[in-house]
Design a protein around this ligand. Structure first.
Ligand code: PAF
Length: 285
């Protein structure tokens, strides 16, 4: 059976033994409620590393709404079963006290610059501080050679890159493609909370991203944005937070699409009570 560590000291001892055997460590941090997107990260890690650690920890400090934290799906037994059928080597499932002594003050406050208050940062104040705080602590425990994240949380990936640079960490970060349902909906643990009506609407998010991509070069960014905004806002279930076309390198606004190497088209919206995000990366030339 797959070893499960709840205690960080025991996991650190295990990692030391792996290091002594000159093996490399891949790491996939998750908040559980695992789906095929997570599995793709585990498989990528196991291709590129000798052992793969998957952490399952619903991090309280990255939720801005208590109800979102409380309602976040938790299904550890099922997750353990799922991971048993992958190439994951070990699970780290700590309690909050293994990570924080005091969740309200143990936050890591580094300068994240422009990215901190834009897009996700604007709509989820404090969210990235919570993400940085937990990922830094998890990296300190696991000491991974490589860590694998999904492109669905593209801004999160860029923030974690900044954190790695700030602390001069040796971990290499790998951004892996978004895994989608057959109808295009990006896989997310939050999809489990959608009602059937909301689930029917949810693929429209990907349709808006693809539609915007097709309009690039034919319409202005302003026109594309208002096309996508009206497509997404048509439905009473939806509260659109943003639809943006940005430079993929730094997520800054773009005046002329021909001036950048790659664009990120990003959307965030509430469908009913469930907040969903998605993005695609597009080469404009
Ligand atoms: O992307 C996630 O699931 C979380 O933000 C992460 C990276 C596991 C930190 O809690």
């Amino acid at each position: 059976m797959l070893p499960i560590y709840k205690n960080k000291i025991l996991l650190t001892d295990y990692i030391s033994s792996v290091r002594q055997a000159e093996k490399t460590v891949g790491f996939v941090p998750t908040m559980g409620a695992l789906h095929d997107g997570h599995i793709s990260l585990i498989e990528k890690s196991s291709e590129e590393s000798d052992i793969t650690v998957c952490s399952i920890f619903v991090n309280p400090t990255q939720f801005n709404e208590t109800s979102d934290f409380e309602k976040y799906p938790r299904m550890i037994e099922k997750d353990i079963q799922i991971l048993g059928n992958t190439n994951c080597s070990v699970i780290f499932a700590p309690d909050s006290k293994e990570i924080y002594t005091d969740e309200s003050i143990d936050l890591i406050d580094i300068k994240l610059g422009y990215l901190e208050h834009e897009l996700e940062g604007k709509f989820r104040p404090g969210h990235f501080k919570g993400v940085v705080s937990v990922v830094k602590r998890l990296f300190d425990i696991v000491q991974p050679d490589k860590a694998f994240f999904g492109q669905k949380d593209y801004q999160q990936f860029m923030i974690i890159k900044k954190m790695v640079e700030h602390f001069n960490l040796k971990t290499e970060l790998i951004c892996c493609p978004v895994i989608r349902e057959k109808d295009g909906l990006a896989m997310s643990s939050r999809n489990l909370r959608l009602t059937p009506k909301e689930r029917d609407f949810a693929p429209t998010i990907y349709q808006s991203l693809i539609g915007a991509k097709e309009l690039l070069g034919k319409s202005t960014i302003k026109e594309i944005k208002s096309w996508a905004e009206s497509l997404l806002s048509k439905n009473d279930l939806v509260e659109l937070e943003y639809f943006e076309i940005r430079n993929a390198e730094d997520l800054k606004p773009v005046k002329d699409v021909n001036e950048v190497n790659e664009l990120a088209i990003l959307a965030a919206l509430k469908v009913g009570k469930v907040r969903l995000i998605d993005n695609i990366l597009v080469k404009p030339h």
